[in-house]
Design a protein around this ligand. Structure first.
Ligand code: ASP
Ligand code: MG
Length: 824
C-alpha cells in the first residue's frame, strides 16, 4: 500500500486534475494505493474569508459562496461525462446546501466559534475528495469517497486538534480491512472529528498529516506528497539565487528545516511516518519524472556537508541581563516559567557562559507579552537594579544551517562564521541546537537574504569559483572579450567549475558595477541606463569597497590615465590583466613597483597580450626565467604591420605604394608613421628585455626609425606619402642589395649581450624568420637550455580576436592559481 497525497495546486483546475489522474492510474498498476486530497487551491482561504464576512453580517459572504459553487460545478462539468454529471452535480448540491445553511446561521447569529469555523473550513476537502472520486470512477478507475471524520479522531481543540493516535489507527486499519481492495479510497485531508462527533481540523496544511497518519496505521510502503515544486530545496527559492532540490533527508533534518520555515511539508506530518519508519517522497505533479526529495531513516551524504539552509523572516530578540544573575540558580526557570504561563512560544535561546545574559527569540506578535511577563516576574530585581531593563530588539531574522553530519564533522560552524565575516554580515546571536543538527544565527532582517545567499554559496557552490571581472575599455578588444566570455561560460562552469562574472564595466563615458553580475550581451543598455559618469578613481574605489574575493581588473584601453591607476588596484588586493602596454613600457621604476606590489599583495599582474597579442610570448619567457634558465638572445618580428609591409615589398611595387596599400587594408595605424617609427616595437622589446631581467629604460633601446627625417613633423598624411615617394628609390636600393645576396629585408627587434636594438636587417635563407608570411609575428628565444635551436613562437600577433583570447588565457591563469582556489 502506498498513500498518495495531492495538495491544493495539484487539484487547482481540470488540467491539473487530469495530470493527477494519470499519476494515480499509473501508480495503481504497481499495487494498492489510497489517495488523500486537499481542497482545490485557494478554497480553504475563501471559506475562511466567507465565514468571517458572514459573522460580521457582511452580505458579501454570499458572493464568495457563489464563486465557490460555480468553481466546483465548472470542474464537474468539464471532467465528468454527461451521463454521470447530473448525479455528481446533485450530490454536490446537497453538500453545498449544508454549507450555505451554516453560513446563513453564522450571519444571523453574528457569531463564529472555532468549532463552527472548523466545520466550515472542512467543506473544501469534502468537495474536492468527493468530486475527484466521482471523476476517477467515471474514468474507469474504481474509487470511493472517504470522509476522514470517520477514521481520524481528535480532541476538541478546534483549529488545530490533537489526534488520538491509537483510536484513529484502529479505525483506519479496520476501515481499510473491510473496504474493497480493488477500489481506491479517496480521502479528505485536513479534517477529523472529536469523539463527540463534531468536525475538527488538523491545522492549516494538515492534509499532509492525514496522509502520514493513514500510512502509519496501515504500515504503508511509502507516503508520496504530490505538490507543485520538485522537492525540499537547499534554501528558499524566493530568497536565494541558486538553489537545488535536496534528494535525501533524514526525518530529523526534515524536521529542523520545516521548523525553520521550509514550507514544503506540514511539520506534524513527520512524526507518524518516522515512528513507523515509512519513507516520505515529495514529488511534483507537473514534473512527475523528477526524482524529488526522499525523507527516511537514513541521512545519506548529499552534494554538500550540510543539507539545507532555512530561515525565519521576522523575530524579536529579548535579552535579560544583570549582575544579579551570576551564580544565582533558578533565574532561567523563572524566565521560562513566566513565558510559559503567558503561552509564549520561544523560537531560540542562548545564554552566555558568563551567565550574565540570557536572550531568547519570539515572534514579534508575542514580543510585548513576553516583555511584560518577564517584567512582572522580576519586578523586585528590576526595581533594585539587580537585573537591567529588558532589552528588546526588533527586525531580526534567524537563519539555520541544518545537517545530521554536524555531529561527527568539525568545521561546519567555522565555515559558517568565516563566510559571514568575509561578507561583512554582523551576527547578533547564535545558538547550536543540542541535537547538533542545526546552527542558528540571528542577523538583522535586512541581511536575511544576504546571509542565506552567502551560506548557500559557501556550502553548495564551494566547488564553483566565481571570478569577478572588472573591465575597463569596451572597444574592439573589450567587446570581443565579452563575446568570448559569453561563448565559453557554460563550458567553463561545467568542466572547470569556474564562473566568470562581469561585475563591473566602464567605457570612456560611463561605468557600472553590480555585485550580482552584468549581462555579457546586453551590457550596453544597462551601462547606458544605470551607469555613473566614467571616473577611474571612483571605479577603483567602488570595486575595492565591494571587497569581493577573486576579483580581476582588466584593462582593454591604451590609456595612460588607466595604467597609472594600477598601483591602487594592486594595493586593493585585486589582480590585473592588461592588454595596455603603457605601464610596462614606462619607467623602470614603475615597472618594478607594479611587480613588487603584486608580489606583496599576493595578487597577479599579467600582460601576455602586451607582446604578440594572444601568442604565448611573455608566458614562455617567464617560464624560462623562473626555471633558472639564462636568456641569451631574444629576436623577434613584433609588429604585424611591419611584418606585412616587408613580406609584401618584393620589388614589384614602390615602397610607398606598399605602405599605402597596407593602410587601405586597415593593417596600419591611421597614421602609418606610428608603425614605421618603430616605437611600438621598441616598447614590446623593452617589456621582453625587462622580463628577461634586464634593467632597461626605453631610451636605452636603439630604434631605427623608418620614417625619413623630413617626414616626421609633417601634419598631413597625404603630404607624408608624397614625401615617402621621394624615398622609394632608397628602399628599392636596400631591397635590391639584399636580393643580390639572396637575402630578405626584415624589421627585427633584438636583445643580446645586454643590448636592445630595433632595426631593418637583411636575413639569409637559413634565418628562422626568412619564411615569415603575411602579418605574422615571430619570436625566438635563445637560452642556455635552448642554444642550438631556440624556442620559436610564431603566429598572428594582432587582431581583436586573438588579443581577447590572450586576455582570457591570463584570466584563467589567475583563476586556476592555488591562491585563488584557497578556501574549501
Ligand atoms: N486545505 C487546507 C489548507 O489549505 C489543508 C491542506 O491543504 O493541507 O490549509
Ligand atoms: Mg496544502
Amino acid at each position: 500500500m502506498r498513500i498518495l497525497k495531492f495538495g491544493g495546486s495539484s487539484v487547482a483546475n481540470p488540467d491539473a486534475i487530469k495530470q493527477m489522474a494519470d499519476i494515480i492510474a499509473q501508480k495503481r498498476q504497481d499495487g494498492r494505493i489510497a489517495v488523500v486530497l486537499s481542497a482545490f487551491h485557494g478554497v480553504t482561504d475563501l471559506l475562511d474569508e466567507g465565514s468571517v464576512k458572514a459573522s460580521e453580517g457582511n452580505k458579501d459572504y454570499r458572493q464568495i459562496l457563489k464563486k465557490l459553487e460555480d468553481r466546483h460545478n465548472a470542474v464537474i462539468k468539464e471532467l465528468i461525462s454527461i451521463q454521470n454529471q447530473s448525479h455528481t452535480l446533485a450530490q454536490f448540491k446537497i453538500m453545498f446546501n449544508e454549507l450555505e445553511d451554516v453560513l446563513h446561521g453564522v450571519s444571523l447569529t453574528r457569531e463564529l466559534t472555532d468549532r463552527t469555523r472548523d466545520f466550515v473550513l472542512g467543506f473544501g476537502e469534502r468537495f474536492s475528495a468527493f468530486i475527484i472520486s466521482e471523476y476517477l470512477s467515471d474514468k474507469g478507475i474504481t474509487a470511493q469517497y472517504l470522509d476522514a471524520r470517520e477514521i481520524i479522531k481528535t480532541d476538541r481543540q478546534f483549529g488545530s486538534a490533537r489526534v488520538s493516535t491509537e483510536e484513529s489507527y484502529k479505525k483506519i486499519s479496520d476501515y481499510f480491512k473491510t473496504s474493497d481492495p480493488e477500489s481506491i479510497q479517496v480521502v479528505t485531508g485536513f479534517i477529523a472529528s472529536a469523539s463527540s462527533g463534531e468536525s475538527t481540523t488538523l491545522g492549516r496544511g494538515g492534509s499532509d498529516y492525514t496522509a502520514s497518519l493513514i500510512s502509519a496505521a496501515l504500515g504503508a510502503k511509502a507516503i508520496e506528497l504530490w505538490t507543485d515544486i520538485e522537492g525540499i530545496m537547499t534554501a528558499d527559492p524566493g530568497k536565494v539565487n541558486r538553489y537545488f532540490v535536496i534528494p535525501q533527508l533524514s526525518y530529523e533534518e526534515a524536521m529542523e528545516l520545516s521548523h525553520f520555515g521550509a514550507q514544503v511539508i506540514y511539520p506534524p506530518t513527520l512524526q507518524p511516518a518516522m515512528q513507523a519508519s515509512i519513507p516520505i517522497l515529495i514529488k511534483n505533479t507537473f514534473k512527475p519524472d523528477e526524482v524529488g526529495t526522499k525523507i527516511s531513516d537514513e541521512s545519506l551524504p548529499g552534494p554538500s556537508i550540510i543539507k539545507g539552509i532555512s530561515s525565519i523572516d521576522n523575530i524579536t530578540l529579548l535579552t535579560v541581563r544583570g549582575s544579579g544573575m551570576i551564580g544565582v540558580s533558578g533565574i532561567s526557570a523563572r524566565i521560562f516559567g513566566a513565558l510559559a504561563d503567558a503561552s509564549i512560544n520561544i523560537i531560540l535561546i542562548t545564554q552566555a557562559s558568563s551567565e550574565h545574559t540570557i536572550c531568547f527569540a519570539v515572534l514579534p506578535t508575542q514580543a510585548e507579552a513576553a516583555q511584560q511577563a518577564i517584567e512582572r516576574a522580576f519586578k523586585y530585581e528590576l526595581r533594585d537594579g539587580i537585573i537591567d531593563e529588558i532589552k528588546v530588539e526588533h527586525e531580526l531574522s534567524i537563519v539555520a544551517v541544518v545537517s545530521d553530519d554536524m555531529r561527527h564533522k568539525p568545521g561546519i560552524s567555522g565555515r559558517v562564521f568565516q563566510s559571514l565575516g568575509k561578507n561583512g554580515i554582523n551576527v547578533v546571536a547564535t545558538a547550536q541546537g543540542s541535537s547538533e543538527r542545526n546552527i542558528s544565527i540571528v542577523v538583522d532582517r535586512e541581511n536575511e537574504a544576504k546571509t542565506l545567499n552567502t551560506l548557500h554559496d559557501a556550502f553548495f557552490l564551494a566547488n564553483v569559483k566565481t571570478v569577478n571581472l572588472f573591465l575597463i575599455g569596451v572597444g574592439l578588444i573589450g567587446g570581443k572579450l565579452l563575446e568570448l566570455i559569453q561563448q565559453q561560460a557554460a563550458k567553463l562552469l561545467d568542466d572547470y567549475h569556474l564562473e566568470l562574472r562581469l561585475t563591473g564595466i566602464s567605457n570612456s563615458k560611463k561605468f557600472l558595477i553590480d555585485e550580482d553580475g552584468l549581462p555579457t550581451d546586453n551590457w550596453k543598455d544597462r551601462l547606458f541606463a544605470e551607469g555613473q559618469d566614467a571616473d577611474i578613481g571612483h571605479f577603483i574605489r567602488q570595486m575595492a569597497e565591494l571587497n569581493l574575493s577573486n576579483s580581476i581588473f582588466i584593462d582593454c584601453t591604451a590609456s595612460n590615465e588607466i595604467s597609472e591607476a594600477y598601483s591602487d588596484v594592486l594595493r586593493s588586493n585585486i589582480s590585473i590583466v592588461t592588454a595596455n602596454k603603457k605601464a610596462n613600457s614606462s619607467s623602470l621604476a614603475q615597472y618594478e613597483q607594479l611587480q613588487k606590489l603584486a608580489f606583496e599583495h599576493n595578487v597577479a599582474y599579467l600582460y601576455e597580450t602586451n607582446v604578440g597579442a594572444g601568442l604565448p610570448v611573455v608566458a614562455t619567457l617567464r617560464e624560462q626565467v623562473l626555471t633558472g634558465d639564462d636568456v641569451m638572445k631574444i629576436e623577434g618580428v613584433l609588429s604585424g604591420t611591419l611584418s606585412y609591409i616587408f613580406n609584401t615589398f618584393d620589388g614589384s611595387r614602390p615602397f610607398s605604394r606598399v605602405v599605402r596599400n597596407a593602410r587601405e587594408k586597415g593593417f596600419t595605424e591611421p597614421d602609418p608613421r606610428e608603425d614605421l617609427n618603430g616605437q611600438d616595437v621598441g616598447r614590446k622589446l623593452l617589456i621582453l628585455a625587462r622580463e628577461a631581467g634586464l634593467k632597461l629604460e626605453f631610451e636605452d633601446i636603439n630604434i631605427q626609425n623608418l620614417v625619413p627625417e623630413e617626414g616626421r613633423e609633417i601634419d598631413s598624411i597625404d603630404e607624408f606619402f608624397t614625401l615617402l615617394e621621394n624615398h622609394d628609390e632608397d628602399f628599392a636600393e636596400l631591397y635590391d642589395q639584399a636580393r643580390s645576396e639572396n637575402k630578405k629585408l626584415c624589421y627585427i627587434a633584438r636583445y643580446e649581450d645586454a643590448k636592445a636594438t630595433v632595426k631593418l636587417e637583411q636575413i639569409a635563407p637559413d634565418h628562422p624568420f626568412y619564411n615569415l608570411n603575411g602579418s605574422d609575428n615571430i619570436v625566438a628565444f635563445k637560452t642556455r637550455h635552448y642554444q642550438d635551436s631556440p624556442i620559436v613562437v610564431k603566429g598572428p600577433g594582432a587582431g581583436a580576436g586573438v588579443t581577447a583570447s590572450g586576455i582570457i588565457a591570463d584570466v584563467l591563469r589567475i583563476s586556476n592559481s592555488p591562491s585563488f582556489r584557497e578556501e574549501w
